[in-house]
Design a protein. Structure first.
Length: 380
């Protein structure tokens, strides 16, 4: 069987496709798998690193805010739009896939639309609770629409059937052990562990609120809370400065683990009792799989404010507390954290509710749909 994946733009679009591709390749090594992606996007790096060929196709999204930069972007996007259908036909003719799968990003649009016109079986997967513009357009044409979050159905055509699959979650998250993780990190079993991060770049507002939070628990509850925090690249110099202003001698407080990035997320999440984070779709799927209560601060700098809708899917099921960044203060964050710290029953309820939302076998579910659509012999 030949499978073509179309995806790009963000890790939230690329990683699910790679997870499914890897799973199918493990079960059926003879399967031919290729990708279509933007040669200027992060997929041009991630896909070859994973061992797959990528067909380049130039696609850009249109920007609504008026500016000189966006005007140039939109002119380029219009040019790419005129050539994307032809380029999609070239890719399909050369690879001749049995099934085409889109997992988000503007690249998915022309490739899946062209494949659908050619009667090639097509499927699209939406990782967010609020579907992106590509998914909303494609759901009229593709054969199967796969959704990570049930709430996404509210924003799509009600006259068709959707398959709830969840988002693929890394195996190290699925199988992480709290006890082993705490042993690795040197955290006593009964100590409250707090994990916080705001993305690879770091968010100033989150770092400021976390500085207030650290000042509170190191002074009011010294030694009782182990706090792992990733500053992000922009917060490397900012957070130490903020802590110094708050008279927190962080270098001599062993319960403060401050880093630029978190490279062992599976261990840190497994060890944590409470997580403070953004609300990217894959992060939330990992929180659900790990069964972790969370305080979510959706990024305001994403398309259609989709992180807010992702976060509210958990908040509406009492699995997370949500606040928009514009309303975030150190005092608010302290109060919410203190409630979880001092009310173990509340922490258990939120953790249990998060776990009940998890779809741990999402990779297998998506892979099986794709495999059956390609009319492959046998099963996965």
């Amino acid at each position: 069987m030949k499978i073509l994946f179309a995806c790009g733009g963000t890790g939230g679009h690329i990683n699910p496709a790679l997870a499914v591709a890897n799973y199918i390749r493990t079960q059926h090594p003879e399967t031919e798998i290729c990708f279509a992606g933007n040669p200027n996007g992060m997929e041009s790096r991630l896909i070859p690193q994973a061992g797959y060929k990528m067909y380049p196709i130039h696609v850009l999204g249109f920007q609504r805010r008026p500016s000189l930069h966006n005007l140039k972007n939109n002119c380029m996007a219009a040019c790419y739009l005129l050539t994307s259908a032809h380029r999609s036909k070239e890719i399909l003719k050369e690879f001749q896939p049995d099934v085409v799968v889109g997992t988000g990003g503007y690249v998915s649009g022309p490739v899946l639309r062209t494949a659908a016109k050619q009667k090639i079986p097509t499927a699209t997967h939406e990782s967010n609770a609020y579907p992106g513009v590509t998914t909303r357009l494609l759901c009229r044409y593709v054969d199967k629409v796969l959704l990570a979050v049930e709430d996404a159905q509210k924003y799509l055509d009600t006259n068709r059937e959707y398959i709830i699959t969840g988002n693929p979650v890394r195996e190290e998250i699925l199988f992480a052990s709290r006890r082993e993780a705490r042993q690795k990190l040197g955290i006593p079993e009964k100590k409250f562990c707090l994990l916080s991060f705001g993305g690879s770049l770091g968010a100033q507002r989150i770092n400021e609120a976390v500085a207030d939070l650290m000042a509170w628990h190191t002074k009011e509850h010294p030694g009782q809370i182990h706090h792992i925090h990733a500053t992000g690249s922009y917060g490397v110099e900012l957070l130490p400065k903020l802590l110094k202003e708050r008279s927190v001698d962080y270098k001599n407080i062993p319960t403060l683990d401050i880093r630029e990035y978190i490279n062992n997320m599976a261990d840190c999440m497994a060890a944590a009792d409470l997580v403070i984070s953004r609300a990217g779709s894959l992060t939330l799927s990992e929180l659900e799989t790990a069964g972790r209560a969370s305080i979510l601060i959706p990024s305001p700098n994403v398309a259609a404010n989709h992180q807010y809708y992702n976060a509210m899917a958990l908040a509406n099921r009492q699995a997370a507390v949500v606040i928009e960044e514009k309303d975030l203060t150190g005092e608010w964050l302290r109060k919410q954290t203190e409630e979880f710290f001092t009310q173990p029953d509340k922490l258990k309820v939120y953790s249990k509710n998060a776990l009940e939302m998890a779809i741990a076998d999402a990779t297998r579910k998506i892979s099986e749909v794709v495999w059956k659509m390609g009319e492959g012999k046998g099963t996965l």
